[in-house]
Design a protein around this ligand. Structure first.
Ligand SMILES: [Zn+2]
Length: 344
């Protein structure tokens, strides 16, 4: 099969488009013929590596993918060759106490497809049968791949963990990333009033087109917590979605007393100072999560398939131009998801 491999960490130049033996579906697994994959920021981190990361080389990146079943492993029921599917990249063992409780993103042997397991930047990928979900006839594979990880993550954070309620006020910090664009739409669908802070007018315009009620341009209003304060009659918002991290200080100020800060990432850097007085003084809750469970995936993908949530695609590249695709994401130029076109 054609695949994107790398043998050492580094820049986009370590990615090689070449032939590699296709994997085989083992017991309980399915082989998926990938038609489209989508890029995530995690792909860059994995390519660059971090202290302690252990990969079986060559590694294949890619968490998101959609295509069709090419083969089913022993013991798999309910799927047959040719069934169209979208991949859920959250790999649980299916046996531990958390998986048994439906909390497969807390799995004791949790893994993420494409991070430490060979992923979707290839014509074929193997996943557990529970990690594929039916793709309705006529629904585009690019859109499905672009939706999967970001909507899954945002849904679990806002709805399952964040318990978002209609009429609540939600601030999303950042107007460009896939998870933030998904969060804006989910918050609107849930009946919330949505504030978005972003660093450029073009990206804010995308947020507005997705339903954001209030836009704040951080290039003009550096201390946007003040703006939130005045926009909310000195009350503050109920929920902040902050996947930047280094903006926590402003997010704490923007929250009302008893507010929740939801975080699923740290695009601004992993380590920063926190003023604890805000947390106890304002009764704040910081709620972290990664990915979501099987039920979240089914729920949110059904909403995507019904057209109630719309993945935003920035640009699609052929597999052979994967380096250019990585370059674009690394430069932060994209608005929405970057996808790769792979198989037929
Ligand atoms: Zn488990």
């Amino acid at each position: 099969m054609r695949a994107v491999l790398f043998y050492e960490h580094g820049g986009p130049e370590v990615l090689q488009v070449t032939e590699f033996p296709s994997p085989c579906a083992g017991r309980g697994e399915v082989l998926v013929s990938v038609k489209a994959a989508a890029l995530n920021r995690m792909d860059i981190w994995t390519r660059k590596g971090w202290p302690g990361i252990k990969l079986e080389y060559p590694h294949i990146l890619g968490a998101d993918g959609a295509g069709s079943i090419a083969a089913v492993g022993e013991g798999v029921t309910g799927w047959k060759e040719g069934d169209r599917v979208v991949i859920n990249s959250n790999l649980g063992c299916g046996r531990c106490e958390f998986c048994l409780a439906g909390q497969d993103n807390l799995c004791r042997e949790w893994r993420l497809l494409g991070e430490t397991v060979r992923g979707t930047y290839a014509e074929y990928v193997v996943v557990p049968a529970q990690n594929v979900y039916p793709l309705p006839a006529g629904f585009d594979e690019r859109l499905a791949a672009a939706a999967a990880l970001v909507f899954h993550t945002a849904w679990h954070s806002l709805i399952t963990r964040g318990n978002l309620r209609p009429s609540e006020r939600v601030l999303v910090v950042g107007a460009a990333g896939g998870v933030n664009l998904a969060s804006i739409q989910i918050a609107k669908l849930a009946g919330a009033e949505v504030y978005v802070v972003g660093s450029d007018a073009q990206k804010l315009a995308v947020a507005k087109s997705l339903g954001a009620d209030h836009l704040i341009d951080s290039s003009e209003e550096e201390n946007w917590s003040k703006t939130i304060y005045s926009l909310t009659e000195k009350r503050g918002v109920d929920v902040v979605v902050d996947n930047v991290g280094t903006t926590f200080a402003l997010s704490f100020r923007a929250l009302r007393k008893g507010g929740r800060l939801l975080t699923v990432g740290n695009t601004g850097g992993a380590k920063f100072e926190i003023d604890n007085r805000y947390i106890f003084g304002k009764h704040l809750a910081i709620i972290g999560s990664t990915m979501g469970n099987l039920r979240d995936f089914a729920t949110v993908m059904d909403l995507v398939f019904a057209g109630k949530l719309k993945p935003v695609i920035d640009r699609s590249y052929p597999l052979g131009e994967v380096r250019e695709a990585h370059q674009r994401m690394e430069e932060g130029k994209q608005m929405g998801k970057i996808t790769l076109d792979i198989g037929k």
